[in-house]
Design a protein around this ligand. Structure first.
Ligand code: HEM
Length: 245
């Protein structure tokens, strides 16, 4: 096939309304020019990162709305928007798999072009890290403190599957998927550069294992432990086998 002809088509610029509205001319010029790519995997590498940034932008934007709706205790809106966030997080996870179709050797060529850039500099990641604790403050003020509730009461002693519980579970789901991204990203690193390697800032990749343990809402994880511990006290830590007389 005639590469040059198809390269030109991939850049668009017919001036039709579809292109104007989506500003595809700008969008499709945000990757390196075809003749500047270091190998055939680099376009994928750049696009996957760019798409992930777009999803994180949309997640952050949606979380602002969620925060407003939590302050209004509009739980239906909160649930619907959290559903969107959770689906976006799933997409982010799935898309990491694309980079596993890149050979370690070709990634090493791409790496030469990355300077000392680090995922920790990702604007999307940074804004999400800042927002997550603020969401908890809003939840605590409006769904717990305002009604004299606690995490313990909504999960256990006064459990009724109420709005506060439903929103808490949305937050737990957000936290869980964020952790899941961390695990998935670790697998990607193992596949491409290997653990034991050093990052482009010279730091040990092993340090990322600490980040994977990050919990935005430790209260929501702790309540499960507490409840199971109490269950063990009431019913025995080790139970008889079902077949025992
Ligand atoms: C082959 C592909 C990839 C490799 C080899 C890789 C490697 C790494 C390494 C070595 C670090 C640690 C950096 C440091 O110490 O400063 C890191 C951090 C990070 N990377 Fe990647 N990465 C890849 C793809 C991606 C993609 C597609 C994303 C999408 C957003 C991403 C997001 C991040 C984030 C957010 C961090 C910071 C994590 C934290 O601090 O907990 N990475 N990555």
């Amino acid at each position: 096939m005639d590469r040059e002809r198809f390269y030109a088509m991939m850049e668009g610029q017919t001036g039709l309304d579809y292109e104007l509205y989506l500003d595809t001319a700008t969008l499709l010029s945000l990757q390196k020019p075809f003749d500047a790519l270091c190998n055939q995997d680099e376009l994928q590498f750049q696009i996957v990162h760019q798409v992930e940034e777009l999803w994180m932008k949309l997640i952050a934007y949606t979380l602002l709305d969620i925060d407003d709706y939590m302050a209004q205790k509009n739980t239906n809106r909160v649930r619907t928007l959290f559903n969107r966030v959770h689906q976006l997080q799933d997409l982010m996870l799935q898309q990491l798999a694309l980079l596993e179709t890149m050979s370690p050797r070709e990634y090493q060529q791409i790496r030469l072009a990355l300077g000392n850039g680090s995922g920790q500099e990702s604007p999307g990641f940074r804004v999400l890290l800042r927002m997550a604790p603020l969401l908890w403050e809003t939840f605590q003020t409006h769904y717990l403190d305002a009604d004299g509730k606690t995490v313990e009461s909504i999960y256990d002693s006064a459990y009724s599957h109420d709005d506060a519980y439903v929103v808490a579970e949305c937050l737990a789901e957000f936290d869980s998927r964020f952790q899941h991204f961390g695990y998935r990203h670790m697998q990607l690193i193992a596949r491409s550069i290997g653990f034991g390697a050093k990052s482009l800032k010279g730091r040990s990749v092993d340090l990322l294992k600490e980040g994977v343990k990050r919990q935005f809402y430790p209260q929501l994880w702790a309540i499960r432990n507490t409840m199971t511990g109490q269950w063990g006290q009431a019913h025995g830590q080790v139970r008889d086998a079902l077949g025992a007389a």
